[in-house]
Design a protein around this ligand. Structure first.
Ligand SMILES: Cc1cc2nc3c(=O)[nH]c(=O)nc-3n(C[C@H](O)[C@H](O)[C@H](O)COP(=O)(O)OP(=O)(O)OC[C@H]3O[C@@H](n4cnc5c(N)ncnc54)[C@H](O)[C@@H]3O)c2cc1C
Length: 385
C-alpha cells in the first residue's frame, strides 16, 4: 500500500498551492489525488482570473495582501508564469450609500497596509473612461495592484514546482472513502487503491462537502453556478482597462484577449451542480453591458464560446480553512465563495503552516475555521462579485 505524509484531495489551484507551500516548507512526501484526467476541469479552469485586495473584512484583505505580491513575484519565485496583470479593479458607485461603503472599506484597507487603493471622484472616472455612461456615477474606488492572473497557468506553475521538488500527482483517480482509527484519519480509499496517511487536506472545490461527509461531518459549502460571456474582438474600449464594476447591478467586465469578458451574478440562480450555459443569460448580460457602456450595443458575442462554472459558497462568504473538529489530521481548504484563485497563495501558506506547525502568523486562523459556524462567529463579506 502506498503511503504519504500528506494527501491532498483535488488538484485545482488550491490543491496545487497547498502542494507547493508544503513542499517549499520541506514536506517531502506530498500526494495530490485528482479525479479528472487533467487538472483545471473544476472551478479553476472556469474562473475569470480576477485578483483584488479591495474587500470589506480584514481577514480577506490580509489574504490578498499575501496573495497579490505573491502573484507579482510568481514567475521569479517558481520559474513558471502566472500571467499577473496589475490593471486594477474600479468600483463605480451610483449612490451615496455605495460611497460610504467604499470609504469604510478603504479605511480598513489603508489601516492594514494596502497602499495602492484610493477613492476617486466621478469626474476622474469620466475622464479615464468617457465610454462609460456616467450620469449616475457619484464616485468610486480603484486599486492599481488589483488585476488579473491566468488561473490555469498559476495552477500548473504551483503543481509543476511541487512536482519538481518531490510531490506526486495521481490523475484519473477518485477518492471514494476516508478511514479513521483511534488516532484520527489513517487511510484514503481511491479507485487506484488505498493510501496510508495521517494528514489529509480537502481541496475538492465545489465537491468539498461530499469529501467531508466521508467522515460523517457536515461542511456548509454548496455549489452555485456562475456564467461568463466573452466578446468577439472589440477595439472601442481600452484594453488596458481595469476590472470595472457597476455597483448599481453588479455587472462587471474586463479586457480579455482582443475583446472583453462580461460577468454578472444572476440573483435568481439557485444552488446545485449546474455547469451548462443558459442561452437566456446572454440577453440578460448584454442588456446590462449596454446600459453601462453604450458602445457595447455593438459588442458581438458568440454564445457558443460562453461558459458556466461553480462558485463554492460558504454561509458567510469566507473560506473555511484548517482542522475538522474531532477528526485529527483532517484539514480543509474550501468555501472560497468565488475568491479561490485570488486567495490560493495565502490559502496554501496558511494550510501548510497549520499542517506543519498547528499555527500561522498570516491571519488569526480561528477566524476561518469550521468551528466558527457552530460557535456563532460568522464574519460576513459583502464585497462579493
Ligand atoms: C465563472 C467563475 C468565475 C470566477 N472568477 C473568479 C475570479 O475572478 N477570481 C477568483 O479568485 N476566483 C474566481 N472564481 C472562483 C475560483 O475559480 C474558485 O474559487 C477556485 O478555482 C477554487 O479552486 P479549487 O482548487 O478549490 O477548486 P477546483 O478548481 O474545483 O478543484 C477541485 C478539484 O477537486 C477534484 N475532485 C473533486 N472531488 C474529487 C474526488 N472525490 N476525488 C478526487 N478529486 C476530486 C475536482 O476534479 C477538481 O479538479 C470563479 C469561479 C467561476 C465558476
Amino acid at each position: 500500500m502506498r503511503s504519504a505524509d500528506v494527501v491532498i484531495i483535488g488538484g485545482g489551484i488550491v490543491g496545487s498551492s497547498v502542494a507547493y507551500h508544503l513542499t517549499a516548507s520541506g514536506c517531502k512526501d506530498v500526494l495530490v489525488i485528482e479525479r479528472e484526467s487533467s487538472q483545471g476541469k473544476g472551478s479553476t479552469g472556469k474562473s475569470m482570473g480576477g485578483v483584488r485586495a479591495q474587500f470589506s473584512t480584514p481577514v480577506n484583505i490580509q489574504m490578498s495582501l499575501y496573495s497579490i505580491p505573491f502573484y507579482a513575484t510568481f514567475d521569479d519565485r517558481l520559474g513558471y508564469p502566472c500571467g499577473y496583470r496589475p490593471q486594477g479593479y474600479l468600483f463605480c458607485a451610483t449612490s451615496e450609500q455605495h460611497m460610504s461603503y467604499l470609504r469604510a472599506n478603504h479605511a480598513t484597507q489603508l489601516k492594514l497596509g494596502l497602499k495602492h487603493a484610493r477613492i476617486i471622484s466621478a469626474d476622474e472616472i469620466r475622464s479615464m473612461f468617457p465610454q462609460l455612461r456616467a450620469d449616475d456615477i457619484v464616485g468610486g474606488a480603484l486599486c492599481s495592484t488589483d488585476g488579473f492572473v491566468d488561473p490555469y497557468s498559476a495552477m500548473c506553475g504551483f503543481m509543476q514546482w511541487a512536482h519538481d521538488h518531490g510531490a506526486e500527482i495521481w490523475k484519473q483517480t477518485e477518492v471514494t472513502g476516508i478511514d479513521r482509527d483511534a488516532e484520527g484519519v489513517c487511510r484514503v480509499q481511491t479507485t487506484r487503491g488505498s493510501v496510508g496517511t495521517r494528514t489529509i487536506v480537502n481541496c475538492a472545490g465545489p465537491w468539498a462537502a461530499s469529501i467531508v461527509w466521508m467522515v460523517d461531518v457536515e461542511l456548509p459549502v454548496e455549489p452555485l453556478r456562475r456564467m461568463l460571456v466573452p466578446s468577439e474582438p472589440f477595439d472601442q474600449f481600452p484594453r488596458s482597462a481595469p476590472m470595472i464594476i457597476d455597483m448599481s447591478n453588479g455587472f462587471h467586465f474586463r479586457p480579455e484577449a482582443l475583446g472583453f469578458l462580461l460577468a454578472w451574478n444572476d440573483p435568481q440562480e439557485t444552488p446545485g451542480y449546474k455547469t451548462d450555459f443558459d442561452p437566456a443569460f446572454t440577453e440578460k448580460i448584454l442588456t446590462r453591458a449596454a446600459h453601462r457602456v453604450p458602445i457595447f450595443e455593438n459588442l458581438a458575442v458568440n454564445p457558443k464560446r460562453a461558459w458556466a462554472g461553480m462558485y463554492e459558497m460558504s454561509p458567510d462568504h469566507h473560506a473555511i480553512l484548517g482542522p475538522v473538529p474531532d477528526v485529527p489530521g483532517f484539514f480543509l481548504a474550501n468555501g472560497f465563495s468565488g475568491h479561490g484563485v485570488m486567495h490560493s497563495p495565502a490559502t496554501g501558506k496558511i494550510v501548510s503552516d497549520l499542517v506543519l506547525s498547528g499555527t500561522t502568523d498570516l491571519i488569526d486562523p480561528s477566524l476561518l475555521n469550521l468551528a466558527r459556524f457552530a460557535e456563532g462567529r460568522m464574519i460576513e463579506e459583502t464585497a462579493i462579485l
